[in-house]
Write a protein that binds this ligand. Structure first.
Ligand SMILES: [Zn+2]
Length: 322
């Protein structure tokens, strides 16, 4: 009987030792190999099949974090904006979230014009309900407004001729030009609860991060403060803009990023890519990999895209004929 008990005890402790040994070995092993949930990706199409169709890409990271909302193509004659935004639609994110609307104003893009069906869309964000009812772009503006509510940071991409400078340097570099600038409506915005938002600090940091990546100093970004709500503002027209709406109605840090048109299109796409990458970094959003900022690589990417679309057009034609 004593022998039986001793043997049972030996077997029990042996099993326990093996179990403990395996647990200690397996725990760190298990922690390293447990796959994290894949980043969630969702694509939604609004106003489908209509000339104003808008595709929105929602990307959630594996970990929690801020949400950056990027708009491209509010003006149809600023190709770098929608081409740059499109490069972010399939990003994989470790922490934080990204919402991308590459082509907000489809009609303006199709016509390669600044204005869409309802005029300059970046002046429609302060329309009264009554005026809005008569504007054919109001539904697109309403979609943009609803997305803004889901974000912490908002970036509206643009392109403009020449270069912004706070003081007059030349006809190409002066306060009336917009190129290579991060436009803010005010550096500090006081919230009703006594707290403050600081778009100025965010824009400065995004500029600094961007300029660290731009070798040619004549293409460095500068912060362009339009003082939109000021009594002596030179830019009262900006009160109807997407960024002013985001800041004043929903208290979001909002920037308009303007790349210059005084360079090749791949270069302008590169400058906007640099700015978005900088904003992602500043907002603490961590992608697995940032899109390439190399102009030659972007140029090759654009050529491949054109070839592909030509090929699909060609295939479409033969199908129609047969
Ligand atoms: Zn623009």
């Amino acid at each position: 009987m004593a022998n039986y008990r001793r043997n049972t005890a030996i077997v029990f402790f042996s099993i326990l030792t093996v179990f403990l040994f395996l647990s200690i070995r397996q725990y760190p092993f298990a922690e390293k190999t447990t796959p994290l949930p894949a980043p969630a990706y969702q694509q939604k199409i609004y106003f489908a099949q209509a000339s104003q169709e808008v595709t929105v890409h929602f990307i959630s990271g594996r970990g929690k974090g801020s949400t950056l909302l990027v708009f491209g193509g509010i003006h149809g004659d600023e190709a770098a904006a929608y081409l740059a935004a499109e490069r972010f639609t399939r990003l994989k994110i470790r922490a934080g979230n990204l919402i991308v609307v590459p082509r907000l104003n489809a009609v303006a893009i199709a016509n390669r014009k600044r204005q869409g069906l309802g005029g300059d869309m970046n002046r429609l964000f302060d329309l009264s309900e009554e005026t809005s009812r008569c504007n054919p772009d109001a539904k697109v503006v309403d979609l943009a407004k609803s997305l803004i509510q889901r974000a912490d940071y908002v970036i509206n991409l643009h392109q403009a001729y020449d270069f912004y400078a706070p003081k007059w340097i030349s006809r190409q570099r002066n306060p009336s030009r917009w190129g290579q600038s991060n436009v803010i409506d005010t550096p500090i915005y006081h919230l009703p609860n006594g707290e403050k938002l600081e778009p100025g600090r965010f824009a400065q940091k995004v500029c600094r991060r961007s300029n660290d990546r731009i070798k040619n100093r004549s293409y460095h970004f500068l912060v362009n403060n339009t003082e939109t709500s000021g009594r002596k503002s030179r830019h009262v027209e900006q009160r109807g803009s997407l960024t002013y709406y985001a800041l004043t109605k929903h208290h979001k840090i909002a920037l308009a990023v303007e790349a210059t048109k005084n360079c090749s299109l791949p270069e302008a796409v590169g400058f906007l890519t640099i700015a978005i990458n900088a904003a992602l970094g500043q907002a603490g959003i961590q992608p697995d990999a940032f899109p390439s900022e190399d102009f030659r690589m972007i140029s090759r990417e654009m050529e491949e895209k054109t070839q592909k679309s030509k090929l699909s057009e060609f295939k479409g034609t033969t199908l129609t004929r047969s």
